[in-house]
Ligand binder design. Structure first.
Ligand code: FMN
Length: 222
């Protein structure tokens, strides 16, 4: 899209406008991806371009970042899912890169930080099967191994396919006696057009839900 095609939002059919947004961050959960640097220290980076197909995770990364570099060289990671109350810790990481010197193309104000955990105020916790650490306060922690790390056609992005090899879930979000996450108690941090949100009240359930039926309740907020 070019800005000279439509200078102002214009009418299409009905009540929609043709617009040219600078970003398409339409509201996806935030993950904190931990990887290992070449010296064995951990890196930690917020991402919102991550989704799951069964036990396969697909992660979208900027090609120049330290996370992409680490995964090309050491294909292990932990995808840590923060709850909504941790948004300020996530935002502390937003202007930081683990890569030095700061690569061209990073946004203005981006600076190198060797100790991302310290900068975020979050603590590392050893993983079971991979070398990068978990983030202790994240209620969901997915240990994974990257199977494919490849550039997109533009060369600007790296698409990572990673297999989840272990799942850790905080006890208070697991349905007692089962392996199911209780969606009424799990309140992911959602990134929507550069703003942070939690979930509102439950609206309904899929016909495939395996959690026991009960009255909808509001997500737990801590
Ligand atoms: C909430 C949030 C979501 C982000 N989502 C992504 C993403 O999906 N992919 C990505 O490459 N960068 C994303 N970023 C930007 C990276 O965190 C940022 O480029 C950071 O410098 C990467 O660190 P690294 O260079 O140490 O890997 C996001 C930042 C924030 C704050």
């Amino acid at each position: 899209m070019t800005t000279d095609t439509f200078e102002n939002p214009s009418d299409t059919s009905g009540d929609h406008l043709r617009i040219e947004p600078s970003i398409l961050y339409f509201g996806t959960p935030v993950a904190l991806v931990s990887t290992l640097n070449h010296d064995g220290s951990p890196n930690l980076a917020p991402v919102s371009s991550v989704w799951a197909l069964g036990m396969l995770l697909v992660v979208g990364l900027g090609a120049t970042g330290q996370t992409a570099r680490n995964l090309r060289e050491r294909p292990e990671l932990v995808v840590n899912l923060p709850s909504a109350d941790l948004w300020e810790h996530v935002e502390r990481l937003a202007p930081l890169t683990g890569r030095s010197p700061v690569p061209e193309g990073k946004p203005p104000g981006c600076r190198f930080e060797a100790d991302k955990f310290g900068a975020s105020g979050l603590s590392p916790l050893g993983a079971d099967l991979v070398d990068p650490p978990r983030v202790a306060r994240c209620p969901l922690q997915l240990e994974a191994r990257a199977r494919h790390v490849r550039s997109d056609d533009s060369g600007d992005h790296v698409i990572v396919e990673a297999e989840v090899v272990r799942v850790h879930a905080a006890e208070d979000i697991v349905v007692p006696g089962t392996h199911h996450i209780d969606p009424a108690r799990w309140n992911p941090l959602v990134y929507s057009f550069r703003h942070y949100f939690g979930l509102g009240a439950e609206r309904g359930r899929s016909h495939r839900s395996q959690t026991p039926p009960r009255e909808p309740v509001s997500p737990v907020r801590s």
